[in-house]
Design a protein around this ligand. Structure first.
Ligand SMILES: NC(=O)c1ccc[n+]([C@@H]2O[C@H](COP(=O)([O-])OP(=O)(O)OC[C@H]3O[C@@H](n4cnc5c(N)ncnc54)[C@H](OP(=O)(O)O)[C@@H]3O)[C@@H](O)[C@H]2O)c1
Length: 281
């Protein structure tokens, strides 16, 4: 099953699945815990082994849920977590990482991201990330919610070019990054990690997504996800707290939208014709 999902290359050549799983808002309600764990484990078994979380989610509760959900599966997973900007000083990032590792019941993260840019100088955060990498606590590091100018600043500082991804809000309804940020990343071989790939379930009520979904007998979520997964150099981390949604998302990774369908989506969700500031959720 694993080999069926397309993969994306990190700088350096390691490959990660183009379709992963998000976890925001999971682990916050006891009544939903068992279903969330089933959903995450089902996704891993289907090959959606890229899993994204953050210390922010549920104030650590989401990482703790993952610690439980990934029991016996840790080595199959490419595990990503994120540090709050206000914890991202050289020493702060190390302490935050140790706390995340404990909650996640693991000895290393595959990827650690700065959640968004704050007031700590980037050079300090990079120093902290590099210290964590040397200590084997993280295998790679990257950033999130960085616009093109932020990326340029980052790669200009010593060690900044070791960044392996930028996790950004990107989906068919929010195409701003196509103008300059996605080309900038592609030019440096840095994949974008698209968060909210089905727009946090806030896609328009009626759009060509519905026409395509109706014609194919699938859901608008699957069409929207297939659209993101059709973009080069992009991986996507939809959050699905139900097994049926996870299975639908997995099926969407095999859908290839046709030229006419893509044209209808372009006509409605217009690609950017100029710079738009990067949106954040
Ligand atoms: N770096 C950042 O600043 C940032 C910001 C936002 C998100 N993220 C990450 O990206 C992940 C995904 O983004 P997101 O959670 O905002 O939004 P999303 O994945 O676009 O949407 C999640 C919503 O869509 C529903 N859904 C997913 N697949 C579905 C399907 N096949 N059929 C029907 N409904 C479906 C989910 O329902 P159910 O849960 O009921 O299945 C949930 O309500 C997050 O969980 C988080 O890990 C990062």
């Amino acid at each position: 099953m694993t080999s069926e999902i397309r993969s994306v290359s990190l700088p350096g050549g390691e490959r990660i699945p183009a379709l992963g799983q998000g976890t925001w808002e999971m682990g916050e309600q006891r009544a939903r815990r068992a279903a969330e764990i089933d959903a995450l484990r089902c996704g891993v078994e289907l090959g959606m082994t890229l899993i994204d979380t953050a210390e922010m989610y549920g104030d650590g509760a989401t990482e703790s849920l993952l610690g439980e959900a990934l029991a016996g599966l840790r080595d199959k997973v490419f595990l990503v977590s994120k540090v709050y900007p206000y914890n991202a000083s050289r020493r702060g990032v190390i302490a935050a990482c140790e706390r995340s590792l404990k909650r996640l019941k693991t000895d290393r993260l595959d990827l650690y991201l700065l959640h968004w840019r704050g007031s700590v100088p980037l050079a300090e955060t990079v120093d902290g990330f590099e210290a964590l990498r040397r200590a084997g606590k993280i295998r790679h590091w990257g950033v999130s919610n960085f616009d093109t100018g932020d990326m340029e600043e980052l790669v200009a500082i010593p060690g900044g070019d070791a960044c392996v991804t930028n996790q950004i809000l990107y989906n068919v309804a929010r195409r701003g990054p196509e103008f300059d940020l996605l080309p900038w990343l592609a030019g440096r071989g840095i994949p974008a990690m698209a968060y909210s790939p089905v727009d946090h379930a806030r896609l328009p009520k009626r759009s060509p997504l519905d026409d395509i979904a109706d014609a194919r007998g699938i859901s608008v979520f699957q069409v929207a996800l297939a659209w993101v997964l059709g973009q080069p150099n992009v991986c996507a981390i939809p959050k699905a707290a139900r097994v049926e949604h996870v299975r639908d998302n997995h099926r969407a990774s095999h859908l290839v939208l046709e030229a006419g369908e893509l044209a209808a989506l372009d006509a409605y969700f217009k690609p950017p014709r100029g710079k738009r500031a990067l949106e954040m959720l």
